[in-house]
Design a protein around this ligand. Structure first.
Ligand code: 3HC
Ligand code: NAI
Length: 707
């Protein structure tokens, strides 16, 4: 036990755990202050520091009680996730919390900010919890594919309504201080939080007798049925939430009267999940999101321009959605169209969507009114003059975009940021149509733009760091996940989508049934197969692109030329009789596909699901490796974020690059070589980076991020 914990001073003393826990004595109450920036995660040295300080205080007759507080704006963000999957460092968190719970002197948690995961579990092991008004309490482990593994599934349902607490654990959503107090999870503290906690510890010490404990009684048996109903509903509602059954089992164990037995059930389930590759994938994405904020050339000190007023040009599918996303966050929007009819159509669509939300109960009439008031429609481009940011979402035609930028040049001030929502076009060519190209940036929203979380921020050759910093700040303000990418046709997401489309066409030509292709992909975990997705978006979009820029999709071309444009015309790859949205593999379509294969001299093959997936996904991995090699993505995990958040790659598979590492890069490279031989498509040959990694048994995960 480190000597420093013996120190009793009126000053804050850096103490055990290499300074991660400081000690201050206030009268007979010892205050332990966790100080482990940035988020006070319960790393090994924090646990060791707390344990040493606790034991010292319990053995010290001059100490009557303890307060556990934390430095900084966050109480404790939970266990240290970077330690997961590594050899465990003593003491284990559950053991430390057991020691706190059975301490003979009162221990009060003083929660000044977020107490999440292990942070809330630490507080639950304390005898009393005091919260200041901005505290947030929650168990978000579910989002990492885990469950609370330090007593959360046992102490919380034993303390509060088990049905309510199951909801908290299953959703991972925190409650605020007011709700925590209303539930009986914590007591409110106004003003000096630590002072109030010290007073509470003194009072408990003074009263004497048994100390309150969250785990002292079993979960309320009268709420068992409500819990079971809530658990069944949650499990049925989310097929991806693989950890919910284990969470329900743990909470079920809280109905037993033996806390230790319940804790053992929880521990075993936690360790199982910790070793589950699906949890590893979700943890990878947690860190990927934080990595994506580290953008080469853009530092913390790069000034972001304040944005209050945005001009959105084009009120079609994307412009309307973008306008909605902006006003949802309280920004003022001028929505500009080329004509009164298209403006009226666009505005009506927005109002209809809000009306639907009101009907569903997810939006109040007052909120809708406030949003409506923030949008001003116009058919006069000069109304963009007052905006700090312009986002164009007009037709995907280079000439339309450059003409618009040329006109904007005379309208917007030279420091206004001008963004394009183009899906594929060259940002630098668009930027060349306006003066000060350093303020031009791509803001590639995904459809529906008011819902989808991903925002690809495209940096052109001239784009200034300030423009990127502004886009990042805006993205966060409107609740998007920004990923900064470089300029190339299709950027990261759509460029990787391209090879999958080609592969799907080749599979069709090889005689693989349409439903076999889509089912392989939906069974893998996507919500939609590539053919159904093409039909939903409209096959004519790709067709027009291929006419302009080339590309391989003989079946889609044939379908479009036969008037089968997708769902909107009742048929595309699949048929959609009577307006159904579920595609049917119709005979007419099958005959057309077989006819095209015969015309190209291709004999039908039969392929098993793993082969179908390899042919669809390996070419995507190859293209992604090229993207990395070209520096279009700054880091491997950025690609995973784009595909998980923009294209439905199942999160529990971690994204294409994470998945590829698990598949094995040499296997992927070998197969790609074989596909290239068979098809004569040289693009399928393993890219330089993939070949290099495959040759040395390397992994994408080991590649450094560009800085
Ligand atoms: N462990 C390790 N590092 C963590 C961490 C954790 N629990 N939480 C955050 N960090 C790191 C981030 O990776 C980031 O590092 P970087 O600066 O090197 O990129 C840094 O802390 C700051 O994080 P954010 O950028 O996310 O900071 P914000 O202020 O935006 O958000 C937060 C703060 C709300 C606490 C957010 O970080 C968060 O949600 N953290 C995770 C909370 C969580 O999931 N807790 C459960 C952990 S599992 C657990 O407790 C198991 C237990 O039951 C046994
Ligand atoms: P859309 O056809 O639904 O809407 C375009 C709108 O722009 C139309 O309402 C049109 O009247 C208007 N418009 C055209 N020229 C204009 C001008 N000079 N001034 C003002 N308004 C003008 O098209 P959509 O789907 O919204 O696409 C817009 C842009 O967003 C394109 O660049 C597209 O590639 C991109 N995009 C589309 C996605 C999608 O899923 N639809 C996804 C991501 C990006």
């Amino acid at each position: 036990m480190p000597d420093e914990t013996q120190t009793v001073t009126r000053e804050m003393t850096p103490a055990a755990g290499g300074g991660a826990v400081a000690i201050e004595d206030r009268g007979a109450i010892r205050v332990l202050v966790i100080d482990n920036p940035p988020v006070n995660a319960l790393a090994g040295r924090v646990r060791a520091g707390l344990q040493a300080a606790l034991r010292t205080a319990l053995a010290d007759p001059a100490v009557d009680g303890l307060v556990i507080a934390a430095a900084g704006r966050i109480f404790v963000a939970g266990a240290d996730i970077t330690e997961f999957g590594k050899p465990p460092l003593p003491p284990a968190l559950p053991d430390l919390l057991d020691e706190i719970e059975v301490a003979a002197k009162p221990v009060v948690a003083a929660i000044g900010g977020a107490a999440l995961g292990g942070g809330l579990e630490l507080a639950l092991a304390c005898h009393v919890r005091l919260v200041c008004p901005k505290a947030q309490l929650g168990l978000p482990e579910v989002k990492l594919g885990l469950l609370p593994g330090a007593g959360g599934t046992q102490r919380l349902p034993r303390l509060l309504d088990p049905a309510v607490t199951f909801g908290m654990i299953a959703s991972g959503k925190p409650v605020d201080a007011a709700r925590a107090c209303a539930l009986g999870l914590a007591e409110p503290a106004e003003g000096d939080l630590v002072g109030a906690a010290v007073a509470r510890a003194e009072a408990l010490a003074c009263v004497g007798g048994p100390l309150p404990s969250a785990g002292e009684r079993q979960a309320d048996p009268t709420r068992r049925e409500a819990f079971e109903t809530a658990a069944d509903k949650a499990i049925a509602a989310d097929r991806d939430a693989f950890n919910l059954p284990a969470i329900a089992d743990c909470v079920r164990a809280a109905f037993g009267d033996d806390l230790a037995a319940g804790l053992a059930v929880e521990r075993a389930a936690f360790l199982d999940l910790m070793n589950d590759p699906r949890s590893a994938a979700l943890r990878h994405l947690f860190f990927a999101e934080r990595e994506a904020g580290k953008v080469p050339g853009v530092g913390r000190d790069t000034a972001a321009r304040p944005i209050t007023h945005v001009a959105v040009i084009g009120a079609g599918t994307m412009g309307g959605g973008i306008a909605m996303a902006l006003v949802q966050a309280g920004l003022k929007v001028t929505l500009i169209e080329s004509g009164a009819d298209s403006l009226a159509r666009g505005t009506a669509r927005i109002h209809d969507l809000w009306a639907n939300s009101i009907r569903r109960g997810s939006l109040s009439e007052e909120q809708a009114e406030a949003r409506r008031a923030l949008i001003t429609g116009s058919i006069d481009l000069s109304d963009a003059a007052g905006a700090d940011l312009v986002i164009e979402a007009v037709f995907e035609e280079m000439s339309v975009k450059t003409e618009l930028f040329d006109r904007l040049d005379a309208i917007v001030p030279p420091d206004a940021i001008v963004a394009t929502n183009t899906s594929y076009l060259d940002i630098d060519r668009i930027a060349s149509a306006i003066s000060h190209p350093e303020r031009v940036i791509g803001l590639h929203f995904f459809s529906p733009a008011n819902v989808m979380r991903l925002l690809e921020i495209v940096r052109g050759a001239a784009t200034a760091p300030e423009a990127i910093a502004t886009a990042l700040a805006l993205a966060r303000r409107i609740g998007k996940l920004p990923v900064v990418v470089g300029n190339c046709p299709g950027f990261v997401g759509n460029r990787i989508l391209g090879p999958r489309g080609v592969a799907a066409e080749r599979l069709l030509l090889a005689g693989v049934a349409r439903e076999a292709i889509d089912t392989a992909v939906t069974d893998f975990g996507f919500r939609m197969g590539p053919l159904a997705m093409g039909d939903l978006a409209g096959l004519d979009i790709g067709y027009r692109n291929r006419r302009a820029y080339g590309g391989f999709a003989p079946i889609a071309d044939m379908m479009v030329e036969a008037g089968r444009l997708g769902q909107k015309t009742g048929a595309g790859y699949f048929a959609y009789p009577d307006g159904t949205r579920q595609g049917v593999a119709d005979d007419a379509g099958a005959a057309m596909i077989a006819g095209k294969a015969a015309e190209l001299g291709l004999a039908p093959h039969s392929l098993e699901t793993p082969d179908i997936l390899a042919r669809l996904f390996y070419p995507m991995i190859n293209e992604a490796a090229r993207i990395l090699d070209e520096g279009i993505a700054a880091g491997v995990s950025d690609i995973d974020l784009v595909w998980v958040n923009g294209y439905g790659w199942p999160a529990w598979r971690g994204g294409p690059m994470h998945w590829a590492d698990r598949e094995g890069l040499s296997k992927i490279a070998d197969k790609l070589g074989q596909f290239a031989e068979e098809s004569g498509d040289e693009r399928l040959r393993p890219s330089a980076l993939l070949a290099r990694l495959a040759a040395v048994g390397g992994r994408f995960a080991d590649l450094p991020r560009k800085s």
